[in-house]
Design a protein around this ligand. Structure first.
Ligand code: SF4
Length: 265
């Protein structure tokens, strides 16, 4: 088996053997739109097979594995949104890592980027533990939720434009289902910044007509009905960014402290 079967006991698996599977982009559109709850949506996200290249890659990685994890079973499926059902802070990333989320089944879990991110979330009160290493480690987000714009690990960490498009309905529907409680959206990296913009529009947010450039600390006020929210840009804590000092722990802490301030306005 090249992936964990739905409903087979993996901690936090949102799906069951009966969860409907999207086999092409049109089915993603239909199943995302028809998902009435986060539970239904995340279950469907987690079994999606709409992108042949990404399905092949995630399952190949799960079969071959990295030597350090050779004794582990890899998740090998899409990574669903994770965190609170009524979050005030929504954290949006690009895509799971081949030996991180694709191995552990939880977003930003089991890779270096996640180590940086969770350490900062813990220091700023948004997570209960300093690390996130596997799906049964007791980690929990506080007032927050995380999503990836593309839910399967892509080769070279680079999804194709068609794959971004195919995955977009999952993102848009999840943003819509949590929008009533969300006060702050943190986009981790320029791709997430670009991807979340149309998702916010679909969820009913009123956005500035000109999209501001992405940058660390970039801040945009948006509205939805009577409530306002803020979109924050944050450099991605990728290994390249943390090695070079483009992102530091202090920068992440300042950003999430700002998110905490905005969520309580
Ligand atoms: S990237 Fe998204 S749309 Fe494509 S197979 Fe994965 S979950 Fe499905």
């Amino acid at each position: 088996m090249t992936f964990v079967p739905p409903g087979s006991g993996w901690p936090g698996d949102p799906a069951s053997p009966d969860t409907p599977v999207a086999h092409d982009p049109a089915q993603v559109v239909r199943l995302a739109a028809a998902s009435r709850t986060l539970g239904e949506l995340t279950a469907r996200e987690s079994v999606c097979r709409a992108c042949p290249r990404l399905v092949a890659w995630r399952e190949e990685v799960a079969t071959v594995r990295r030597r350090a994890f050779a004794d582990e079973t890899y998740w090998g499926r899409p990574i669903a949104g994770w965190g609170e059902d009524r979050p005030e802070v929504l954290i949006v990333g690009l895509a799971p890592a081949a030996h991180g989320g694709n191995r552990t089944g939880r977003i930003f879990t089991g890779d270096r980027s996640g180590d940086w991110l969770f350490a900062s979330l813990y220091r700023t009160g948004l997570a209960v533990q300093e690390t996130s290493v596997h799906a049964a480690d007791g980690q929990r987000l506080v007032g927050a939720r995380m999503l990836a714009a593309v839910r399967c690990a892509p080769p070279g960490n680079k999804p194709e434009p068609s794959e971004r498009t195919a995955c977009f309905p999952w993102l848009a529907r999840e943003v819509e289902l949590v929008a009533d409680s969300v006060r702050v959206i943190v986009a981790l990296g320029g791709f997430a910044w670009q991807a979340v913009w149309p998702a916010l529009r679909e969820a009913g947010y009123v956005l500035p007509s000109r999209r501001p450039s992405f940058g660390h600390g970039a801040e945009v006020e948006i509205s939805r009905g009577d409530s306002t929210a803020h979109l924050l840009g944050c450099y991605h804590p990728s290994q390249q960014n943390t090695f070079t000092g483009r992102v530091t722990a202090e920068m992440l802490d300042t950003l999430f402290t700002r998110a905490n301030t905005l969520r309580s306005l």
